[in-house]
Design a protein around this ligand. Structure first.
Ligand code: NAP
Length: 320
């Protein structure tokens, strides 16, 4: 059997590492594109014990000539585009840089695929943040987009770039609209990871209080290693399409904090509101409907949010 080659952008991120692990298990030759690598951002690949099994290639995704050359050399059958400035908070501070990278990189990748080999299948990491101000819950693939941050705006533009290349040039492009998903490999600045890390510090008397912004917002979130399985499944379908990947459950940030605090015997009044941590615009509640992903892709997901929190807390405690 001929070994398939998959190319992953954003290989140094949370999803890149877990996706690479799945593809290696399926005997793919995995090439990871990165803007540069050091021990620090290879932490995820090392943690999963797969760093040596992946070929890392430096590539500036804002330079189409570099992408064309790599596609010609590597001849991938699948490209998973996970690279992005992925922080909503940071996008308020760096709106133009976020928009520029998250959109131009997608145009460059798709234009390069169109020029080099239209048979290459493409996965785009779209985001539930695109829905922003939602009128009806649960969100479905048909819900109206109303982004509320520069990050979300960039993801909407990238999403429609993908639809445009699919409809106009017949490329096999699928967008996974992923809701928040967490793991031990999540960047430290993201909410659930930060809550868990700070709570452990409070528990160990290394920190006095947990400072938070608006914790009455509600989110649908799940476990990253399971969510990336859906990315692989999308590119195995005969026809490309877009899918919501979510747990279908919602929980307030306050409930998450109190659940973790209770697990670690921390009094609730050690959680303190800091108004400076509020965002200029905030999504109040969102949860999705994963029926299409489950029925069409055969994606399996049955963890509830508390089971996910238990997994995250125990892995964090084990590694600290
Ligand atoms: P992540 O951990 O933040 O990883 C982002 C990746 O993108 C890293 O490999 C990073 O490389 C790369 N990157 C960032 N800015 C770049 C730039 N200017 N040039 C080149 N590479 C750049 O994100 P993730 O959680 O794995 O998410 C993967 C994708 O899914 C992202 O597109 C994200 O927006 C999207 N998404 C994530 C979630 C979620 O809950 N995790 C939900 C919906 C959508 P460095 O190591 O060099 O920084």
């Amino acid at each position: 059997m001929i070994q398939k080659t998959a190319l992953i952008t954003g290989i140094t991120g949370q999803d890149g590492a877990y996706l690479a692990q799945i593809l290696l298990e399926k005997d793919y030759n995995v090439i990871g594109l990165t803007r540069g690598y050091q021990t620090d951002n290879l932490r995820g690949l090392s943690y999963l014990g797969i760093k040596e099994k992946i070929k890392l290639v430096a590539c500036d995704l804002l330079d189409i000539s570099q992408i064309i050359k790599i596609l010609q050399q590597v001849e991938p059958s699948e490209v998973y585009n996970l690279a992005a400035q992925s922080s909503v908070s940071l996008s308020f501070q760096q709106p133009i840089g976020t928009f520029q990278f998250n959109t131009i990189s997608v145009f460059n990748l798709l234009e390069a695929i169109k020029l080099v080999d239209k048979a290459i299948r493409f996965y785009q990491a779209s985001s539930s943040e695109m829905y922003g101000r939602v009128n009806n819950l649960p969100i479905t693939e048909m819900s109206i987009l109303h982004p509320l941050s520069p990050y979300a705006i960039s993801k909407v533009a990238a999403h429609f770039t993908c639809i445009h290349y699919r409809e106009s040039y017949g490329l096999h492009i699928s967008c996974g609209v992923l809701f928040n998903h967490e793991s031990y490999l999540r960047q430290n600045t993201f909410f659930v990871k930060k809550i868990i890390q700070d709570s452990i510090k409070i528990h160990r008397n290394q920190l006095d209080v947990l400072k938070v912004g608006n914790i009455d917002i509600k989110r649908d979130f799940g476990y990253a290693p399971k969510y990336v399985e859906a990315m692989y499944l999308m590119l195995q379908q005969r026809d490309p399409s877009d899918y919501l990947i979510c747990s279908g459950q919602t929980i307030s940030l306050r409930e998450i904090i109190y659940y973790i605090f209770d697990k670690l015997d921390i009094p609730h009044d050690l959680c303190q509101i800091d108004n400076s941590l509020y965002r200029p615009a905030e999504i109040l509640d969102m949860f999705g409907d994963n029926t299409k992903a489950k029925s069409t892709l055969g994606w399996k997901y049955d963890l509830n949010i508390y089971q996910t929190l238990d997994l995250l807390l125990s892995e964090e405690l084990k590694n600290q």
